[in-house]
Design a protein. Structure first.
Lengths: 327, 433
């Protein structure tokens, strides 16, 4: 495993490449806000700490915070708060910071950061298929805005805008997890039928596509407890990943959510957790929350794809790679 | 550990009801302890001891060498000379690891005996020999991570580091247990993302064990006795009871056992495989009456090994009624499982080669040493465990070769004559692996 050497903060922040990338990222967040506000969404400010956070991050350690003698967590994702926020509004989004102490092996994937941001979207009463359309519309709008408004920046970064023609031209592709597994087996990649598509598998599939595509219907056991299990097809989740083309890999994960108390408690146990630690959330769920669907787009990953960068860390002003000490 | 009856180990550990003195002798003498005292040779007439205590069916059963030994003939042809016990290969694959002996070290948990420096001494000796070792649940919640506090050598990462530093290439492995309470402290996530584990992960020698139950108290969670102050410290995470009176200065700490159904177990295993693709998944079961079904579910979901912890006690605190009356005997567990659908491990009163050999012949791939390892390390922290393992090595070679076999895999139910009729080779499967 080769260790990535990050530039110091002065070299990184004064680099013309970093400055251009951060300007592209600024256009991405502005375009996201423009699109979502136009679609009736309310932007809320996400919590940074809480008694509990998303346990669904594979293999990543959460960061403990001593909150006046109580163990709190930094958000690995704000999923539980997204569901709660629908008590206030039916369509919400955050641009949220997340911290995940990822396994050390991920420091060389070019895709993982220990600290990163998500464009987090949640819609009440939406189905998985409804939310796919929101994700597709949002990503398409963002890419269109960057292509329209930043031709000079893309040229400076060596990113050919015609790469996005297929994306701007039509709907994203779609395959089930089962089909993706089968395709990977045909590529002689040993993908487990019960697990997330692994990083190599994502890259292989991504390299075969010229526009983004959804992988849907992951098996239970590969995701957090909040991804809704298909009532008609037990063992299958009503969820998805959005995969960027050209080998850039996963951009976004989302799902229709579980919202019924009994089902959520059972699913929490299936993920090996003690339901007691989710006290505030379960109290809320017991009294009733809205059914919903939502997703989180990795902002640095989306920036990497649009800007055509070698690695995700280039899309963060203060990048933190797993296990690498940096400012 | 206090009380007037305790024995004289370095750490003052005692184990009433366990063959403690024999284990201590092994920890002092090593392989020589497989035989009577040589001082008595030529002066004593040795024979079976009719008063020998035989606490369970496995102990009452006998190992039964045949007269005709075709497998010995095969070995003779291989070697071009008569085979001896030195020619037995004791190496086995245990839950994805390679071990020079068909044994592994069971988890000691966070009990007072196990959280002392013995935990580190045991890690070092197990690592040096390449015998797989399980690090117990609750080591993190009770003793800490050991990541930022440099003095915390007895922590989880301290033990892991000590083992990894000693382990020879290609042998052994560390298994880190997590139970329902541990999920709060994210033991597996911690280990999987920590540099200490890199060497073991890179060589496929890290496993995570899902603790479904334990032999000492089937159906209950972990229990330990804590000082009152320590009890207050963990009261937010565990049930803490003033069982001994308000002024006793000590309290009972109880873990929740955790709720399992077949679907919960299946999905927990799948999630472990999904989240920790480079670690093996082990599952530890208490001796429940549906043990065969539970083991099948675990193997089918992808567990690299399933451990049956016999109802035989342990280093923790258990209600007396449970020790004497609750849980299937280990022999009955093995009988119900029959031919294992994957790697089966067994623990419970394992301390000598004969009991281990019977367990292996009845289907297990390896046996877990719990109290025996702790007592051996207590007798001599520097070398007691190594000597105990040397003695087991000698005994197992003698037993396996006496049965006319030269690998552990060759042992089968035909090698055991049971105390109860149901154990006498009524299973007709060709081979249990």
């Amino acid at each position: 495993m080769t260790q990535t050497v990050l530039p110091g903060p002065r070299a990184h922040l004064t680099s013309p490449v970093t400055r251009t990338v951060l300007r592209v990222q600024n256009t991405i967040t502005a375009a996201a806000r423009e699109y979502l506000a136009g679609d009736g969404f309310v932007e809320m400010l996400p919590p940074i700490i809480g008694p509990v956070t998303d346990p669904g991050a594979r293999g990543a350690k959460q960061v403990d915070v001593d909150f006046y003698g109580h163990r709190y967590k930094l958000m690995t994702s704000a999923i539980l708060y997204k569901q709660a926020s629908l008590l206030a509004f039916d369509r919400i989004f955050y641009i949220a910071p997340n911290v995940r102490l990822e396994p050390l092996e991920t420091s060389s994937t070019a895709r993982h950061l220990a600290e990163f941001h998500q464009i987090d979207v949640e819609v009440a009463h939406a189905s998985r298929d409804d939310i796919l359309l929101v994700a597709q519309g949002l990503v398409t709008h963002i890419v269109r805005r960057v292509v329209e408004r930043m031709p000079a920046e893309l040229a400076f970064l060596g990113r050919d805008p015609s790469s996005f023609a297929p994306l701007l031209d039509g709907p994203f592709g779609r395959m089930t997890h089962h089909e993706a597994t089968k395709a990977l087996h045909e590529l002689e990649h040993d993908q487990s039928p019960d697990a997330e598509i692994d990083w190599t598998g994502e890259r292989l599939l991504s390299a075969e596509h010229e526009r983004p595509f959804f992988i849907t219907d992951y098996p239970k056991g590969s995701r957090g407890f909040y991804d809704r299990e298909n009532p008609d097809l037990p063992g299958m989740l009503q969820n998805f990943d959005l995969i960027a083309p050209e080998g850039y890999g996963e951009l976004c994960s989302g799902s229709e959510r579980e919202f019924e108390y009994r089902r959520i408690v059972a699913r929490i146990r299936e993920t090996g957790e003690n339901p007691a630690k989710y006290g505030w959330y379960l109290d809320l769920v017991r009294d009733g929350i809205k059914g919903s669907a939502g997703f989180g787009i990795g902002l640095e990953r989306l920036t990497r794809y649009i800007a055509g960068l070698e690695a995700t860390w280039q899309a963060n002003a203060y990048p933190k790679l797993p296990g690498v000490v940096s400012p | 550990m206090s009380g007037p009856e305790r024995s004289g180990g370095a750490g003052g550990l005692s184990a009433p009801g366990f063959p403690e003195q024999q284990v201590r002798r092994r920890a002092r003498l090593g392989a020589a302890a497989a035989f009577p005292d040589p001082e008595d040779y030529g002066q004593h007439l040795f024979g079976a001891d009719p008063g020998r205590s035989a606490p369970d069916e496995l102990d009452r059963a006998r190992l039964v060498p045949p007269v005709f030994m075709p497998e010995r003939l095969e070995r003779l042809i291989d070697l071009g000379r008569e085979p001896l016990h030195h020619d037995v290969d004791l190496t086995v694959e245990i839950g994805g690891f390679r071990s020079p002996l068909p044994v592994y070290l069971s988890a000691f948990g966070s009990t007072q005996v196990a959280s002392s420096d013995l935990g580190l001494a045991v890690s070092e000796q197990a690592g040096r020999l390449g015998v797989p070792m399980v690090i117990g649940e609750n080591v993190v919640p009770m003793n800490g991570y050991g990541r930022i506090d440099p003095a915390a050598g007895r922590t989880l990462l301290g033990r892991l580091h000590r083992y990894a530093a000693e382990a020879p290439d290609g042998l052994g492995g560390v298994v880190v247990q997590q139970s329902t309470e541990d999920a709060d402290a994210e033991v597996w996530n911690l280990v999987y993302s920590d540099p200490t584990a890199t060497r073991l992960l890179d060589t496929g020698r890290l496993a995570f064990e899902l603790k479904v139950g334990q032999g000492a108290k089937p159906g209950l969670g972990g229990m330990t006795v804590l000082g009152a102050a320590a009890g207050r410290g963990v009261a937010g995470q565990y049930a803490v009871e003033e069982l001994f009176g308000p002024d006793a200065g000590r309290v009972l700490r109880c873990s929740a056992p955790g709720t399992f159904t077949d679907e919960i177990l299946r999905q927990q295993i799948r999630l472990m495989r999904n989240n920790f693709p480079r670690a093996q998944v082990w599952v530890k079961l208490h001796p429940g009456r549906d043990i065969a079904h539970a083991a099948e579910v675990a193997w089918a979901a992808g567990a690299a090994s399933v451990t049956v912890d016999g109802a035989e006690g342990g280093s923790g605190w258990a209600p007396l009624s449970f020790l004497d009356h609750v849980g299937l005997p280990l022999a009955e567990c093995l009988r119900r499982i029959g031919r294992p659908g994957g790697c089966l491990l067994a623990s419970g009163r394992m301390w000598d080669g004969a009991r281990i050999a019977k367990t292996l012949a009845l289907g297990a791939r390896a046996a877990g040493l719990g109290r025996a390892a702790l007592i051996a390390a207590d007798e001599d922290p520097a070398a007691g465990l190594s000597r105990l393992l040397a003695c087991l090595d000698m005994e197992l070679r003698l037993i396996v070769s006496a049965l006319g076999k030269y690998t552990i895999e060759a042992l089968g139910p035909e090698d055991v004559w049971g105390a109860s009729p149901a154990m006498e080779g009524e299973r007709t499967y060709d081979h249990h692996r």
